[in-house]
Design a protein around this ligand. Structure first.
Ligand code: SDX
Length: 428
């Protein structure tokens, strides 16, 4: 729109272009700042820094808006399916029936992984956290599909790598869990839907017949939609920066899984349940834990509260909270931890400390309660987040490659020693 800003520095005036996004967000383009003025910017945690232009997902933190390719999360969660949302994120448009049928069929027929994955799995101790196993197994796909190492191959070959990633992640995730349980792995059944197949690989055993509960499969499909993308969050930025070195999709996704694992990010869903369990074991004293969260001398934080972007409410949390009620009702489960979560939310939302800082329940606050109701063990919660986030990581990696983004290499402000001479050890 031809907007610009002026920077007055050291007696000079520098003009910096201002670019405006589809939803009228404005950004100062500093691409030429250092060349013009010798200045760089410093922005710890990139709280005010955009890393790219993207047409995939739009967030408005003040109004609690989340859209994938322009479609609201509320509509997609209610009317779409996870694989349809994956298609939308990766290929930019909702698929026709024929396109979706082909996409689903492609994914179904690539769900099996190489038999040698079992040898890699056997190398992990049984107590291995499934996120560490999953990140390694995803990276190992480069060994079975060496052509995927070259991200500059044909569009068709790149698409084959994308299909394999989506098709095989549920199998690798379920096998990571079976390793944790020291149970035999269950092979995928191509006749089943995406979520049904995963649930069956997770919970069935070779010795007993297993029927997937459709309530659980539907709830999981909705949860995966809600986690599918979230613009430039920590793990997605990791996938982009690793991919910007022309590393393969599989290694970029493996890095994203590692970043997601942190308790301040995707690992929060496991930390929320552990926190709620601690409060329950401690007699359910909500006020004590809210006070701890506000006490600067106490490292305790209310896990599942707060967000870098959402300063009013996380629209996903609203949807998940209702889904938690519905799923527990439908499954006839009464989980005291859900009651503690609701009390905690009520107390915090009426407390000025949280209101002043825009700290509201985020996507992780209620998701663990549903996963638990679905019979998914706590240390698999973040694996569920990774399953959901995969299409977003893929879409963002693909956009970064198609836009020929340069390798990511931030600058710094050096605060160490000035030049000094080496001193021999006798004279130190
Ligand atoms: C996800 O980015 C994304 O989009 C992520 C995600 C996605 O879909 O990819 O939405 C998924 O990661 C959700 C967030 C999950 N994490 C948690 O629930 C962990 C608990 N929350 C926080 O640690 C924190 O809120 C973050 C990490 C989520 C956001 O941190 P910021 O933006 O860096 O904010 P901050 O740490 O600077 O906090 C601002 C103030 C500080 O207090 P003051 O210095 O102003 O006095 O708020 C306080 C913080 O101490 N604060 C909290 C708090 N979160 C922030 N105080 C108590 N409990 C909390 N949870």
């Amino acid at each position: 729109m031809g907007n610009k800003a002026e920077l007055h520095y050291d007696g000079e005036v520098y003009e910096l272009p201002v670019i405006t996004g589809t939803e009228n967000e404005n950004a100062l383009d500093i691409s030429k700042l250092r060349g013009q003025s010798g200045l760089i910017t410093l922005d710890r945690g990139f709280k005010n820094t955009g890393s790219c232009k993207s047409s995939i997902t739009f967030l408005n933190g003040e109004e609690g808006i989340l859209r994938y390719r322009g479609y609201s999360i509320e509509e997609l969660a209610e009317k779409s399916t996870f694989l349809e949302v994956a298609f939308l994120l990766i290929y930019s448009e909702l698929p026709t029936k024929e396109e979706l049928d082909n996409f689903v069929n492609e994914i179904s027929t690539h769900s099996l992984v190489h038999e040698d994955v079992k040898s890699i799995l056997d190398g992990f101790p049984s107590k291995s956290h499934p996120m560490g196993v999953l990140s390694s197994l995803v990276s190992s796909l480069t060994a079975f599909y060496p052509k995927s190492l070259d991200p500059n191959r044909s569009k068709e070959e790149i698409n084959g790598t994308i299909i394999r990633a989506i098709a095989k992640l549920p199998t690798l995730a379920a096998w990571s869990f079976k390793n944790r349980m020291r149970q035999p792995v269950i092979y995928p059944d191509n006749q089943l839907g995406y979520c049904e197949n995963f649930i069956r690989m997770m919970f069935s055993l070779p010795t007993v017949a297993y029927e997937v509960n459709p309530v659980i499969a539907d709830a999981l499909d909705k949860l995966l939609i809600l986690h599918a993308d979230h613009e430039q969050n920590c793990s997605t930025s990791t996938v982009r920066i690793v991919g910007s070195s022309h590393a393969s999709l599989y290694t970029s996704v493996s890095s994203g899984i590692a970043a997601l694992w942190g308790p301040l990010h995707g690992g929060a869903n496991q930390a929320v349940i552990e926190m709620l369990e601690e409060i329950k074991e401690d007699g359910g004293d909500i006020d004590k834990y809210v006070a701890k969260a506000k006490d600067k001398s106490d490292p305790f934080r209310l896990m599942g509260f707060g967000h870098r972007v959402y300063k009013n409410f996380d629209p996903r949390a609203t949807i998940i909270k209702k889904a938690a009620d519905d799923v527990l009702d439908e499954l006839g489960i009464n989980d005291p931890v859900l009651d503690i979560a609701k009390k905690l939310e009520k107390v915090a939302l009426n407390d000025t400390y949280f209101k002043e800082r825009g700290l509201y329940p985020n996507v992780d606050f209620y998701s663990g309660i549903i996963y638990r109701a679905l019979g998914i063990p706590t240390d698999m919660f973040t694996v569920m987040f990774a399953l959901g986030r995969l299409p977003g990581w893929i879409a963002q990696w693909k956009e970064m490659r198609e836009n020929h983004e340069p390798i990511g290499r931030p600058r710094q402000v050096y605060t160490g020693s000035s030049a000094r001479q080496y001193v021999s050890i006798e004279n130190r």
